[in-house]
Design a protein around this ligand. Structure first.
Ligand code: GDP
Ligand code: MG
Length: 438
C-alpha cells in the first residue's frame, strides 16, 4: 500500500521536524502513482500534486505522527476538500413532489440505483417515493423497474411504450394525486452519448423542471465515467452524481476526476447489487479508498478491538520495570499476527508499539522465523536472554532450522526493546502502550 511505500521513503527521517521540499517531492512521486493507479485522470493528478506539494512543504511534523503519516494526512485532507467536505443532499421541492431524474449510459445502474435511492429516501427521510418507467425502448426495462420496485414495496408508474416525456409528466400528476412526495424518473440510456438521447432528456427536463438531475456512472469504467460526466453535464446540466459498483475492484479515482472536471458533487454511492446497498457519499472515506488506504480505518478499529487493554497495561508495567522478556515479546507478536498487515499497523501507531515494530519484525515470514526461534528456546532462556552464549545459540538455531545469524538478529531486535524500556522507565512513553493507538 501507499503508506508502506511512504514509510520506506521516509525511513531516514524519523520523529519531529519539518517536511523539506525534497521530502515532499519524493512522497508525491508515490502519491502520484497511487492516484494514477486509481484511475484519476492525468490532468487532475498533476494539479492536485502540485497543490499539495505547495501546502506540505515546510509543514511541521506532529509529534504523534511519522513524516509519512503527516504527508498522508495532508494528502487526505486536500483530497477530501476537493471532493467536497460536506455530505451532499437532494434539494427538495418547496411544494409538490420532488422530481429526480436518473440519467446515464446503459448499464450504469440507473434503474437499480433509482429504486435504491427511493428506498433510502423512505428509510432516512420518511419520503413516499414513486418510481416512473421512462425507459420505453426495451420492454424489459419497464418490467425490471416493476420488479425492483416490488421488492422494495415502492410503487411504479408506467404507461407502457409511450412518449417518455409524457410519461414523466403523467407520473408527477399521479404522484400529486396519490400522496407521493418524490418522483424518481428512470430514463433510457445508450451505450454512448448521442444527440437523440440528449434531446429526449432535454425535452424531459424542460417539461418537468426536475429538482435534481442525477447522473449515474459506473465506477468500474474509470475514465469513461469521467467523459460521460462531462458530456452529460455540458449537454443537459447535472446536479450530482451517483457512483455505482464501488463494491468492485475500482479504487474510485473517477470520483476525484468527475468532481475536478465538472465541479459537480458525488452525492451517493452504490455498493452492491442488493437493493439496500446505496450510501450517502463520504469524501473522507473515498479519499482513503483512492489512496489505497481504504482498509486503514477499519484496520485501526480492528487493532483497537484486538488489543487487550489489560494485557497492554501488564506489558507496560513490565517494560517500566525492565522485565520485558522474550516470552512477552513472543506473546505480543502472536497477538499482532491476528491483525493482518503488521507493517501498515506499525506505521499508524504512534508511541512505543509503533516504533518498536517499525523496521523490526514486519512481514509474516519474519514473524514466523521469530516465532520459531523463540519456540526453540527453553523457558529459562526466554526469561533470561542474557544467558544465551554461542553454544545455546547454536542449539536454538539447529532446533528451528535456521542460522545463528537469525538468532542474533532476533536478539538485536529484542535489544532495541530493552533500550525502549530504558526510555520508558525515564517516563518518555510517547503515545503509550496502554493508551489509544491513533
Ligand atoms: P441501467 O441500464 O443504467 O438502468 O443499469 P441497471 O440499473 O439495470 O444496472 C445494470 C447492472 O448493474 C445490474 O445488473 C445491476 O444489478 C448492477 N448494479 C447496479 N448498481 C450496482 C452496484 O452498486 N454494485 C453492483 N455490484 N452492481 C450494481
Ligand atoms: Mg435501466
Amino acid at each position: 500500500g501507499l503508506s508502506e511505500k511512504l514509510n520506506a521513503t521516509f525511513k531516514r527521517l524519523r520523529g519531529k521536524g519539518r517536511l523539506t521540499e525534497n521530502d515532499v517531492k519524493e512522497a508525491m512521486r508515490e502519491v502520484r502513482l497511487a492516484l494514477l493507479e486509481a484511475d484519476v485522470s492525468f490532468k487532475v493528478v498533476k494539479e492536485f500534486v502540485s497543490h499539495v506539494t505547495e501546502r506540505a512543504t515546510g509543514a511541521d511534523v506532529l509529534d504523534s505522527l511519522t513524516p509519512a503519516q503527516q504527508v498522508i494526512k495532508i494528502v487526505n485532507e486536500e483530497m477530501t476538500a476537493l471532493m467536497g467536505s460536506t455530505n451532499s443532499k437532494i434539494s427538495m421541492a418547496n411544494s409538490g413532489p420532488t422530481v429526480v431524474m436518473m440519467v446515464g449510459l446503459q448499464g450504469a445502474g440507473k434503474t437499480t440505483n433509482g429504486a435504491k435511492l427511493a428506498g433510502l429516501m423512505r428509510r432516512q427521510f420518511g419520503k413516499r417515493p414513486l418510481l416512473a418507467a421512462c425507459d420505453v425502448y426495451r420492454p424489459a426495462a419497464i418490467e425490471q423497474l416493476k420488479v425492483v420496485g416490488g421488492q422494495l414495496d415502492i410503487p411504479v408508474f408506467e404507461l407502457g411504450q409511450g412518449d417518455p416525456v409524457n410519461i414523466a409528466e403523467e407520473a408527477i400528476r399521479h404522484a400529486r394525486d396519490h400522496g407521493n412526495d418524490m418522483v424518481l424518473l428512470d430514463t433510457a440510456g445508450r451505450l454512448h452519448v448521442d444527440a437523440e438521447l440528449m434531446d429526449e432528456l432535454k425535452r424531459m427536463k424542460a417539461a418537468v423542471h426536475p429538482n435534481e438531475i442525477l447522473l449515474v456512472v459506473d465506477a468500474m469504467t474509470g475514465q469513461d465515467a469521467v467523459n460521460a460526466a462531462s458530456a452529460f453535464d455540458e449537454a443537459l446540466g447535472i446536479d450530482g452524481v451517483v457512483l455505482t459498483k464501488l463494491d468492485g475492484d475500482a479504487r474510485g479515482g473517477a470520483a476525484l476526476s468527475i468532481r475536478a472536471t465538472t465541479g459537480k458533487p458525488i452525492k451517493f454511492v452504490g455498493t452492491g447489487e442488493k437493493l439496500d446497498m446505496i450510501e450517502l457519499f463520504h469524501p473522507d472515506r473515498m479519499a482513503s479508498r483512492i489512496l489505497g488506504m481504504g482498509d486503514m480505518l477499519s484496520f485501526i478499529e480492528k487493532a483497537e478491538q484486538n488489543y487487550d487493554e489489560k494485557q497492554a497495561k501488564k506489558l507496560e508495567e513490565k517494560l517500566r520495570k525492565n522485565r520485558f522478556t522474550l516470552q512477552d515479546y513472543y506473546d505480543q507478536l502472536l497477538q499482532l499476527r491476528g491483525m493482518g498487515d503488521l507493517s501498515q499497523l506499525a506505521g499508524m501507531m504512534p508511541g512505543a508499539m509503533g516504533k518498536q515494530l517499525q523496521g523490526a519484525t514486519i512481514d509474516e515470514k519474519a514473524l514466523s522465523r521469530t516465532e520459531a526461534i523463540i519456540l526453540s528456546m527453553t523457558p529459562l532462556e526466554r526469561e533470561n536472554p542474557q544467558i544465551l552464549g554461542a553454544s545455546r545459540k547454536k542449539r536454538i538455531a539447529a532446533g528451528c532450522g535456521l542460522q545463528v545469524v537469525d538468532v542474533n538478529r532476533l536478539l538485536k531486535q529484542f535489544d532495541m526493546m530493552q533500550q525502549l524500556t530504558r526510555q520508558l522507565s525515564h517516563g518518555r512513553m510517547g503515545g503509550g502502550m496502554g493508551g489509544k493507538m491513533r
